[in-house]
Design a protein around this ligand. Structure first.
Ligand code: BMP
Length: 253
C-alpha cells in the first residue's frame, strides 16, 4: 500500500535523489572503532546515490543498537534517508513487538519480517507496534539465495484452495491483505519478481541479490521491482562512490 508513512518517506527520497538503490551496509571489521568509522565514511560517500539504508545484524552485534547503530541511523536521517532494519522477524507477537520497539526506539523507520509465522499471535503484534509508531513492515516473499525454492517455492495446500500453490504466492497475497509496506523478492529470480508484481500491484517490491549474488539491477526493475537492495557491489568495490553512482544511474532507466 503506497500511501503508508514509510512509503511516503522512501518515495520522496527516491524521487529527490533519482535513485532506486537501497544500500545494505553489511560491513565488518574486528575493531569496533574502525568499523564505525568505515560505516560512517561509506554512508557519507555514497549517500547522494542511494534512496535508503538497510542495516542487518552485522553492525548491530558489533556496534550496539543504542550506540554505534543509532549514530548511523541519525546520520542517514540527516541526509533525509529512511532506514530499514533487516531483523527478519519470525517470532510470537509479543516478542516481535518488543524487538521492533527497540529498533524503532533507535530511530529505524521499517522492519523486515518473515510471514511464515502467520497473523494471529505472530505478525499481528509487529504490525500493531509498527502502526502505533507510524513505522513500516516489509515482508519476505521470495528470498534471493539458491535454496530459496526449498522454502518459499514449496507447493502447499492452502486451506482456501483445492490445488497446491507455491508458498510465495500466498505470502504475496498476505502482504496485500495485511497492508504491508513492501515485499522482498530476490533479483536472482526475475520471474518471481514479475509474478509477485501481478499479485501485489502497487505494494513496493524490494529486490536484493544484485551483483554479488548474480542478479541484474535492470532486469529486476524491468520485472517489477520498485527498489534494489545492494551491499557488496557498493561497499566491496575499490571505489564505492563510483560504484554507487553507476548503479544509481542504471536504476534511472
Ligand atoms: P549483497 O548485495 O551484498 O548480496 O547484500 C544483500 C543484502 O540483502 C544482505 O544484507 C542480505 O542479508 C539481504 N537479503 C538478501 O540478500 N536476500 C534476501 O532474500 C533477503 C535479504 O534481506
Amino acid at each position: 500500500m503506497t500511501g503508508s508513512t514509510f512509503n511516503k518517506i522512501i518515495t520522496k527520497s527516491s524521487r529527490r535523489r533519482r535513485s532506486k538503490v537501497v544500500l545494505a551496509l553489511d560491513v565488518f571489521h574486528a575493531s569496533r572503532a574502525k568499523l564505525l568509522r568505515t560505516a560512517e565514511s561509506l554512508l557519507r560517500n555514497v549517500e547522494p546515490y542511494i534512496c535508503g539504508l538497510k542495516l542487518n545484524q552485522h553492525l548491530v552485534l558489533s556496534l550496539g543498537l543504542f550506540e554505534g547503530v543509532k549514530r548511523l541511523v541519525s546520520l542517514a536521517h540527516r541526509y533525509g534517508l529512511p532506514t530499514i532494519m533487516d531483523a527478519k522477524l519470525n517470532d510470537i507477537a509479543p516478542t516481535n513487538a518488543a524487538i521492533a520497539k527497540n529498533y524503532f526506539g533507535a530511530g529505524f523507520d521499517a522492519m523486515i519480517a518473515n510471514p511464515i509465522v502467520g497473523w494471529e499471535g505472530g505478525m499481528d503484534g509487529l504490525f500493531k507496534a509498527s502502526r502505533a509508531s507510524r513505522k513500516g513492515v516489509l515482508l519476505l516473499v521470495y528470498m534471493s539465495h539458491p535454496a530459496s525454492g526449498e522454502g518459499y517455492g514449496q507447493l502447499v495446500l492452502d486451506p482456501s484452495t483445492i490445488a497446491p500453490r507455491p508458498l510465495f504466492e500466498i505470502f504475496a497475497e498476505k502482504a496485500v491483505e495485511w497492508r504491508a509496506d513492501g515485499v522482498i523478492v530476490g533479483a536472482t529470480y526475475p520471474e518471481k519478481v514479475a509474478r509477485v508484481k501481478k499479485i501485489v500491484g502497487e505494494t513496493p517490491i524490494y529486490s536484493p541479490g544484485v551483483g554479488a549474488q548474480g542478479g541484474d539491477l535492470v532486469t529486476a526493475l524491468r520485472s517489477g521491482a520498485t527498489y534494489v537492495i545492494i551491499g557488496r557491489q557498493i561497499y566491496g568495490a575499490r571505489n564505492p562512490e563510483a560504484a554507487a553512482e553507476k548503479l544509481c544511474a542504471a536504476s534511472r532507466q
